[in-house]
Design a protein around this ligand. Structure first.
Ligand SMILES: Cc1ncc(COP(=O)(O)O)c(C=O)c1O
Length: 421
């Protein structure tokens, strides 16, 4: 089933940016007297009225605890919470809905795999292979695990444009590799990594592949079966949904064999004074009262994206990125990180200005109502590898327009004028 068909009866909708923008109340805001131009979508996206309404509807009409009541509200809350899981499963083409585990965010999903599957399966001398362009959330849990186990963290190299050296990968992944954990799309370089190829290399040596899909699931069609992934992680807040909820998807047989991550209510089958045993999937990994309201809202976000169709979302961002790349690359004094060919990247443009510090640029653009990100983007080793400690980043989503790209590029030029005075 394709993502565009996965809306559980939500129907489809034409991809019309004006009508999309009308759904986002925050886009009417003025910042420093200027119309907001929000270009910090890789950090978190804005929320449409439909998602916000699902939260207020939930609290006004349904609020109750799940999986433990016989009363109507509890049954409705449970049904809605589980329906959202089904929507997410269809959205990523998961073979079974029980493979979708609710977590707090991508970071927690990654930590869960490191603390359970990897803890149980890695021994001294084994290695974990990641890329040089990972977010801290997909570096630090592996480093900590490696310290504990006497294992090694190895890195796949990339070229100057941030394209993975896939031919050299065979020299890094070997018979002691237990897991390859790679970002699907870099939150700094915009590079889209060859996950299916990495999965093949991992599986050839009996290792697993984990996909950090924080920057891909919100923007392009993602199919866990086509990628041949073993685990895949993402956050709702980067795809129109609320903060505080994320997803770990894992292959059923793997999740089934893994020990629990946290202990408590809902994740048990039976408890005695002496011992306990574990509930079925997915509940084994969902200890305590879950984030019910935000699961409802994640379902609404998935409905929203599904109605637009992920192919259309991706097409819009590709067009906008190509338009923005052409303009930014034409600026003197600006170096864009990552692939220069827009076809090889997603809608994230990180850049370094020869003379203006990213923080100064970000502050000057904010004066013009334009929100971009500046700093190390939670990828300190990568940003430092370019000889800087910070970079500026503009990132796009469904509601961004070419005139906003123009405002952003003009804003850089105006800032140059200000600093050269
Ligand atoms: C590639 C990537 N991985 C992981 C994360 C962490 O996501 P979260 O902060 O929602 O846990 C991010 C967030 O920016 C990201 O871009």
């Amino acid at each position: 089933m394709s993502n565009s068909e996965s809306g559980s009866g939500v129907g489809s909708r034409a991809f019309d940016v004006d009508s999309i923008r009308a759904d986002f109340p925050i886009l009417n805001r003025k910042i420093n007297g200027q119309q907001l131009v929000y270009l910090d979508n890789a950090a978190t996206t804005q929320k449409p009225a439909q998602v916000i309404k699902s939260l207020t509807d939930y609290y006004e009409q349904t609020n109750a605890n799940v999986h433990r009541g016989v009363h109507t509200l509890s049954i409705e809350a449970t049904d809605g919470y589980e329906l959202a899981r089904t929507k997410v499963a269809k959205f990523i083409n998961a073979p079974r809905r029980e493979e979708v585990i609710w977590t707090r965010n991508t970071s927690e999903s990654l930590n869960l795999v490191a603390a359970t599957w990897a803890e149980a399966n890695l021994s001294e001398g084994d290695n974990i292979v990641i890329t040089m362009m990972e977010h801290h959330s997909n570096i630090v849990p592996w480093q900590q695990l490696a310290f504990k186990k006497g294992a090694e963290v190895r890195y796949l190299q990339h070229d100057d444009e941030g394209v993975i050296d896939i031919d050299g990968a065979g020299g890094v992944i070997d018979s002691r590799t237990k897991i390859v954990a790679a970002t699907h799309m870099s939150n700094v370089l915009g590079t889209i990594n060859p996950i299916a190829k990495l999965a093949e290399l991992a599986h050839d040596v009996g290792a697993l592949i984990l996909v950090d899909a924080a920057q891909s699931v919100p923007h392009m069609p993602v199919d866990v079966q086509a990628l041949d992934a073993d685990f895949l992680c993402f956050s709702a807040h980067k795809m129109l949904g609320p903060t505080g909820i994320g997803v770990l998807w894992g292959r059923y047989d793997l999740l089934e064999a893994m020990p629990p991550y946290m202990f408590g209510g809902d994740m048990i089958l039976e408890v005695t004074y002496e011992d306990a045993n574990w509930n079925d999937l997915p509940y084994k990994f969902e200890a305590g009262t879950p984030n019910i309201a935000d699961a409802f809202a994640t379902g609404a976000a998935v409905d929203y994206l599904s109605a637009l169709g992920m192919e259309n979302v991706w097409k819009h961002e590709q067009e906008l990125t190509a338009y923005a790349m052409e303009q930014v690359l034409s600026l003197d004094n600006v170096k864009v990180l990552g692939p220069q060919d827009p076809a090889l990247r997603g809608g994230v443009i990180s850049f370094i200005h020869d003379t203006i510090h990213p923080h100064d640029l970000g502050t000057a653009l904010d004066q013009q109502g334009i929100a971009i990100r500046t700093g190390h983007h939670c990828a300190m080793p990568l940003v430092r590898s370019y000889g800087v400690v910070a970079a500026a980043r503009a990132s796009f989503y469904i509601y961004n327009t070419k005139s906003e790209v123009d405002a952003f590029v003009n804003g850089i030029s105006e800032t140059e004028g200000y600093f050269s005075r």
